[in-house]
Design a protein around this ligand. Structure first.
Ligand code: BTN
Length: 237
């Protein structure tokens, strides 16, 4: 395991983006506290000191970089597999890469590309709520943690190693051509849900059909099916 750990960083994603040239494929960097933890869409990622897992994985393998859409969904699925092994129930994957337990967010994933002329590498940043039990009111989606779900503390060192091994083995499986589609659809949180979204500045009703084999999302709008990529749509449920 090519692993680096720090007490505190601005952000594990930023660390890998700043240092990727000197680091190997699949380097894993974690820390106890982030001073500028980043969430998706420019939001902050808040996490109490030493309570949770905050880590990022560097992807330099050219084949995996091309599969970046799958990697984000497969990363979330890997977290679900690990959480199930720890006894969590009612887990789901909210496309493209949030993990929910009992309809509350337990894990968020931020995938960033480092691009010069083409994509040089990817950084997959994962924040998993482990032993934190108090969350302030600043969260858009109600948070939960392993401790809230299981009523006990989890050893973060073992958990981190288990997650690393699962991610590496699932990424290897993606390289071998497996797409995890049938496994992932079982956990599809958005499947068959009604939502609204802004289309041409109008708030429109849509129906979400579900995750596609290529990890885009199929939605139905005015009887027409459309495939949406991550980042192209904001859904209000
Ligand atoms: C989201 O759901 O908005 C994505 C959150 C991603 C948070 C993780 S924590 C480790 C890594 N470093 C960051 O700054 N962000 C990601």
């Amino acid at each position: 395991m090519k692993s680096l750990h720090f007490d505190s960083l601005d952000s594990t994603n930023t660390y890998l983006k700043d240092n990727y040239q000197n680091l190997d494929d699949l380097t894993f960097v974690s820390c106890d506290y982030q001073t500028e933890g980043k969430g998706r869409n420019g939001r902050q990622w808040l996490s109490e000191d030493s309570q949770n897992l905050l880590f990022s994985v560097l992807i330099k393998d050219k084949f995996l970089i091309e599969e970046f859409k799958k990697l984000s969904v497969v990363s979330a699925y890997s977290i679900i597999q690990i959480l199930e092994n720890y006894g969590l129930k009612n887990l789901s994957l909210k496309w493209p890469n949030d993990v929910y337990a009992n309809d509350c967010k337990i894990c968020g994933i931020l995938l960033e590309a480092i691009t010069r002329n083409e994509i040089d590498c990817l950084v997959i940043g994962i924040g998993l709520n482990v032993n934190q039990t108090e969350f302030n009111d600043e969260y858009r989606i109600r948070p939960t943690s392993m401790k809230i779900e299981l009523n006990k503390d989890t050893d973060k060192v073992n958990l981190k190693r288990n997650i690393y091994e699962k991610l590496v083995s699932n990424f290897e499986t993606v390289k071998n051509g497996h797409d995890f589609y049938s496994e992932i659809t079982k956990y599809d949180y958005l499947k068959n849900k009604d939502a609204t979204t802004t289309i041409n500045r109008n708030e429109e009703k849509i129906r979400i059909i579900g995750i596609n084999r290529d990890c885009s999302l199929k939605i139905r709008f005015k009887n027409e099916d459309l495939d949406i990529e991550a980042g192209e749509i904001t859904l209000n449920l």
